[in-house]
Each structure stands twice: as C-alpha cells, then as structure tokens.
Design a protein around this ligand. Structure first.
Ligand code: CA
Length: 220
C-alpha cells in the first residue's frame, strides 16, 4: 500500500492511454492540427478531455461554460458528451484560434452546440449573470490566463447550479506551486487560488494530479 500517487513513468502513461483512451477521430485530428501551432502546449491532454466528458455525463450536463477555448479540444470533448440540444458557451478573445474550434465543431456535426463569445471572459460571464443565467449551467471548465482564475471561478460558481461542477486546469502548474524558488505572477496566482479553494466552504473539491493538475469543485 502507498499513501502517495504513483509516479507516472512514460511506460505507465503509455499503458494508461492504451487501456483507457477512446479518442474520437475528429478529436485526434484537432489535436494533430493544434500540435503544429506555436502555443500547442496550451492544449489539454487527450485523457483529460475524456475525463471532462465523463464528468459532464456523470452529472447529466446540458449547458456548460468554457473559459479559454483556444482551438477547442476540451470544448469539443465536452460538447460531444452532451445530449441533443446541449450547449457550450465558450469565452475567448482570439478569433484566430477559435476559428479552428468552430471548424472542428462543424466537422464533428455539433456546430450548433458552440455558443462562442469573443470578448474578455469577465465581460461575458458578467453579462450572463446580468441576463439572469445564474444557476442555469451544469458544468464549467476554466483554462485561461492564470491571474484571472479567481475572477472566473467566482463568476462560474454563480452560474453553475448547486450540484454543478467546475473543473480548473493547470492547478499544479508544472510543479511550480510547490517550488519555493518559483515566484512569477502566474505561480503566485495559482498558489493563492489553490489556497482559497481549499478553504472555500461553498464547494466540495478534489485536486487531481492528472496532466498538469485539475481541480474539481462541486457547488454545494
Ligand atoms: Ca491548460
């Protein structure tokens, strides 16, 4: 028995993928196309996309939020797990990257499930709250600028229903959150964010050592 999460060696990671990943061809194509881009490290891992899709199904999600769409891998993973009529409201400021997302939603036959809002996410989320959408969402995935996480989280927590889930990416930040010498603005923001969620009585939570760290918060 071990109290620790076991170390994921390259061989074990390959085994994990070989024995669990069911990546649809359209997502594999999107991943390959995104890998050509300079910012491709912003793309989530395929097993993480599958996990988000499973979470969405587990809670019977129909309406979801995506803060930071990039080229759409996580948004499309979740969208494909939604029932007919399901919707992903996607927040991003890049017309260039989200055009890739739109193309792949179309290719996957779910173009109508993406409600893309090209504006700063705070603005879009505030507009949804003003529009009476609080508690109307089932699920949210936050994967954008790290110094904005606290603001995005507060807004998403209002927008998801009790029992709804918010998943937050990169919360272990390549291990830097636990390295005292790391002191850049993103690392400090993530440390503050992780501390705040740990003490937040409004949620149940788990910080999973999946990919770059994924925190799952369930609104009570
Ligand atoms: Ca990320």
């Amino acid at each position: 028995m071990t109290r620790k999460t076991l170390e994921l060696t390259p061989a074990l990671h390959d085994y994990l993928l070989a024995h669990s990943l069911r990546e649809p061809p359209v997502l594999a194509q999107l991943r390959a196309e995104t890998a050509q881009l300079a910012l491709s490290r912003m793309q989530i891992a395929p097993e993480q996309g599958q996990f988000l899709a499973l979470l969405a199904r587990l809670i019977g999600a129909r309406r979801t939020l995506e803060v930071g769409v990039f080229t759409g891998y996580s948004a499309l993973s979740v969208a494909l797990a939604l029932p007919p009529g399901g919707q992903v409201v996607g927040c991003d400021t890049s017309a260039e990257w989200t055009a890739v997302a739109q193309a792949y939603f179309a290719r996957a036959g779910v173009a109508e499930r993406l409600d893309l809002r090209l504006a700063p996410a705070r603005q879009t989320l505030d507009a949804l709250i003003l529009d009476g959408q609080s508690g109307r969402f089932d699920f949210a995935f936050i994967d954008a600028d790290k110094t904005g996480y606290a603001d995005y989280y507060e807004r998403c927590l209002r927008l998801v229903r009790p029992g709804g889930v918010i998943a937050i990416d990169n919360t272990l930040w390549d291990g830097k959150v636990a390295e005292p010498a790391a002191n850049d603005a993103d690392t400090r923001a993530l440390r503050r964010f992780n501390r705040a969620l740990h003490q937040d009585e409004r949620i149940d939570l788990s910080l999973l050592p999946l990919a770059d760290g994924v925190t799952i918060a369930r609104r009570r």
